[in-house]
Each structure stands twice: as structure tokens, then as C-alpha cells.
Write a protein that binds this ligand. Structure first.
Ligand code: NAP
Length: 437
């Protein structure tokens, strides 16, 4: 039986997960592949460090050349993370004519043009299933299962940390900071959680989903990113009373010759399938013109779920090698020469419904003044809630308005004008509402 040799960069959480799966499921993989998969070389920052798996049979070093210049290595796997060394390993492997598997969403999102440009130029394969939604085979469904469909929209819960925090806040009414501290204690959130809770991680994954769905390499910096740190239990409670839940969504849609690509806290109907996705779980809701709505659900992180996606990519690339081909499915779904240069619709052009929570003094004419400003800015009100009267005339009360579809630019302008009114006592909360096609 033929052996396919794998060179692995990074022996961290996912790297060790991959070694463990390849070892544990060796018989199954042999039966499915018709060949043996072996990690023969690993390159890591601290080769002497103790690992969660035994490294017998693997030559471990700090020297990238042991993999990149090794003619015996058939497939290179990059599980280092970051965009500096990882980038040189991935490009180095492609330049050496070796197919690559990576879980590195930051690299693929921020350097999409360079990485995919090289993949297309060299006519090689790159597997990156693990870079979005961990173990959920969502990229494969886009590339293969939905290859005959126009993708109408992609809406994902793709950051487990944020989803855990919002789920806990919703279930227990606990403020953001408290739940975050607990998530950090439990290991669900990093010590510096900015990347997860401010939407950057979800935006990386969204860039990859959009690039794959529309055969493009969008400019990552143009994705609108807003995190969950300003969401309060008050908003979650009012939203629930109005039939909504709050989720951090990554949303991608084709809009003419451009794409919408945005990450922000979003209200969705309690009846929508994504509303039931709680805790650290991820889900990606994809609508195609023929298939209609689909949803994939599962674990978005962890050594074994992520390792599962990496191993499936290794098997895929190994099948190519056994078939004597470099590439069966183009890296971004479309063939060479068909990649489009799509720009991202700026957020101020977005049209959406809005949840707006104002903090005001309970005076006559307050509502009329606010709705007049909104009317002057082409915003009409769909519904309103004023939960309770103030005990004292100088105590602020909350007013919640749900708008009809309005332009982001108009909403922001009216909020700036309303903020100047003398009965406004605090910052206004804005949450976009996604109503789905
Ligand atoms: N963890 C997850 O659940 C998850 C989920 C989806 C995607 N990912 C992605 O998977 C990748 C790996 O994540 P991880 O959680 O496994 O990270 P990790 O636990 O921090 O492991 C990173 C590994 O890379 C090694 N390394 C660091 N700098 C290096 C360098 N210059 N050259 C060679 N090796 C170097 C480290 O070395 P030493 O151990 O020797 O110090 C470590 O073994 C990242 O791109 C991440 O975004 C992770």
C-alpha cells in the first residue's frame, strides 16, 4: 500500500489533534483512501516542548527546510497561525510544488490575493476547511454540494466565544463583562478577547466564505466589523419581548457587481433556525437559488473538531495525488481566469430594519420630536415599546423603536440629530435586524 507523507508546521492544539486522529483512525483512513497517511516531519517553535500526543516516528525540528526542501513530503500542513511565518511556510510549500492544508483564517482572509494568486498560478490545491466553523464541512458544501447554485446569501454564527457569551447573557440576564470573565475562566475566551468579541475572527471567516461563494478575493479591511461588547441584558430582554434574539452574525450577499460583507450584533426572529444555535456552537445558513435554505451546525473549534476538518483536507489532497492530478476543484470554486474583483458595499449604503433604544426624560412631545427627525430622514417606524413610566419626572425612561427598512446613512444621521435634543439622557443603542429572504 502506498504511503503519503505529510509535513506538519505547528504542534499546538490543532497540530496535536491531527496527529491523534491520523493515529487513532488509521485503519479507517486506509480503507477509505487506499493508502497510508503518515506525518513524517514536524516543524515547531519549541521542538523539545512536551506535547499532548506521542511524537514517535515524527522527526521534529525548528528548520522549515526539513519540510519545504524535502522531496519525500507530499503534502504540507500549516497549523502555526498568524500571518508572518505561516505565510512564508504556505508560499514556500506552493513554490516547492507541494499542495497545502491550512486552518489559518487570518492568513487566508488578510492575504487572500497573494495566497490564492499563488495557488492559481501554480495550479496546485489548498485545503482550508478548518479555517471556517472548525469541524463543520461548510466550505466543502459551498465548493461541491452547491456548485450548481448561485449563492443568494450566507449568514453564519461563526465565533463560538461570542455566541457563548450572548447565549449566557440571554439565559441568565448577566452583563457582558461578567459572562466574559466566566468564559475566560472556563477557557472559552482568550485572555485578550478583542479578536473574538469585536468581530475580527468572524470577519476573517466571512471573507473566506464570500470569496468561495462568489469566486473573488475581497479586501478584508473593507468588511464592516462591530462586536458584542456594547450589548446589554436590557436589549436582550426587550428584543425577546418583541420576538427577537441577539446573535453576532457574519452576513455575505451578492449585491449587483458588489458584495455585502458585514459582521455585527443582529436581531433575528426567535423562530429562525439560527436563533436556536447556542453556547459555543457554530452554524452557517446558506441559501442557493435552487436548493433554497440550508443550515450546517456543529463545533467551531477544539483540537478534534478542527483536526477532523484538517484530516479531511489531507485525505482530499492525498486522493488527488493517488489519481496523479494536482487539482480537482479550483481553490475558490471558479477556474483560472474566472476570479472576479468584487468590492464590498460600504455599511452606510446598507438597507435594513433597526432596533433603536433611546434613553429619554419622560416629557410631553419627546416621541413626536424624535419621529419628526426620523421622518425627515426617510425613516418610518414599524413599532414602538415604552416599557415603564419613570417614578420621578427627572428619571430617564427607555423608548424602543423598530424601524421599517431604512438606509444606514439616514439612520446614523437622525441619531446624531436626536442626540442633540435636551431630553436625551444617554447613548442610543442601535442593533440591525436581519429578516432573511
Ligand atoms: N484551536 C482551534 O480550535 C482552532 C480552530 C480553527 C482554526 N484554528 C487555527 O489553527 C491554527 C493553529 O491554531 P492552534 O490553536 O493549534 O494554535 P496553537 O495551539 O497556538 O499552536 C501553534 C503552534 O505553532 C507553533 N509555532 C509558533 N510559531 C512558530 C513558527 N514560527 N514556526 C513553526 N511553528 C511555530 C507553536 O510552537 P510550540 O508549541 O513549539 O511553541 C505551536 O505548536 C491557527 O491558524 C488557528 O487560527 C484553530
Amino acid at each position: 500500500m502506498r504511503t503519503i507523507n505529510v509535513g506538519l508546521f505547528g504542534l499546538g492544539v490543532v497540530g496535536c489533534g491531527v496527529i491523534s486522529i491520523l493515529r487513532r483512525n488509521r485503519g479507517l483512513i486506509r480503507a477509505r483512501l487506499g493508502a497510508d497517511l503518515r506525518v513524517t516531519h514536524a516543524v515547531t517553535a519549541n521542538p523539545k516542548k512536551k506535547r499532548s500526543v506521542a511524537l514517535r516516528g515524527i522527526s521534529v525540528s525548528k528548520d522549515p527546510a526539513t519540510i519545504l526542501s524535502n522531496p519525500g513530503i507530499d503534502i504540507v500542513v500549516e497549523l502555526v497561525g498568524g500571518t508572518t511565518h505561516a505565510k512564508s511556510y504556505v508560499l514556500g510549500a506552493l513554490d516547492a510544488g507541494k499542495p497545502v492544508v491550512t486552518a489559518n483564517k487570518a492568513l487566508l482572509a488578510e492575504h487572500a490575493r497573494e495566497i490564492f494568486g499563488r495557488v492559481y498560478e501554480k495550479e496546485l490545491s489548498i485545503g482550508f476547511e478548518a479555517s471556517v466553523a472548525g469541524g463543520i464541512p461548510v466550505l466543502r458544501s459551498l465548493k461541491e454540494g452547491l456548485s450548481g447554485d448561485h449563492i443568494r446569501e450566507i449568514v453564519g454564527i461563526v465565533n463560538g466565544t461570542s455566541n457563548y457569551i450572548l447565549s449566557k447573557m440571554s439565559a441568565e440576564g448577566t452583563p457582558f463583562a461578567e459572562v466574559l470573565a466566566e468564559a475566560q475562566r472556563l477557557g472559552y475566551a482568550e485572555r485578550d478577547p478583542t479578536f473574538d468579541v469585536e468581530g475580527h475572527d468572524a470577519a476573517h471567516k466571512l471573507a473566506i466564505l464570500v470569496n468561495l461563494a462568489y469566486g473573488t478575493t475581497i479586501d478584508y479591511s473593507k468588511i464592516y466589523k462591530e462586536g458584542i461588547s456594547r450589548i446589554t441584558p436590557t436589549d436582550i430582554t426587550y428584543a425577546r419581548q418583541m420576538g427577537y434574539v441577539v446573535k453576532l452574525l457574519a452576513i455575505g450577499k451578492l449585491s449587483g457587481q458588489r458584495v455585502e460583507a458585514r459582521v455585527h450584533p443582529t436581531l433575528i426572529s426567535v423562530d429562525h433556525q439560527l436563533a436556536a444555535v447556542n453556547g459555543v456552537f457554530n452554524a452557517v445558513f446558506i441559501t442557493g437559488d435552487n436548493v433554497d435554505a440550508t443550515m450546517s451546525y456543529g463545533r467551531g473549534a477544539g483540537a478534534l473538531p478542527t483536526g477532523s476538518a484538517v484530516v479531511s483536507d489531507i485525505i482530499d489532497l492525498a486522493r488527488n495525488q493517488l489519481a496523479g492530478i494536482q487539482q480537482k476543484i479550483p481553490a475558490l470554486s471558479v477556474t483560472k481566469g474566472e476570479l472576479r474583483n468584487l468590492s464590498v458595499v460600504p455599511i452606510h449604503e446598507l438597507e435594513s430594519e433597526y432596533y433603536l433604544r433611546f434613553q429619554v426624560l419622560d416629557r410631553v412631545g419627546v416621541l413626536a420630536s424624535m419621529t419628526k427627525i426620523m421622518g425627515n430622514n426617510n425613516i418610518s417606524i414599524q413599532s414602538m415599546v415604552q416599557p415603564a413610566q419613570a417614578d420621578h419626572p427627572e428619571d430617564p425612561v427607555q423608548v424602543i423603536l423598530i424601524t421599517h427598512r431604512a438606509r444606514d446613512r439616514d439612520v446614523q444621521k437622525s441619531l446624531r440629530q436626536i442626540a442633540k435634543l435636551n431630553f436625551i439622557t444617554g447613548p442610543t443603542q442601535l442593533i440591525r435586524i436581519e429578516s432573511f429572504e
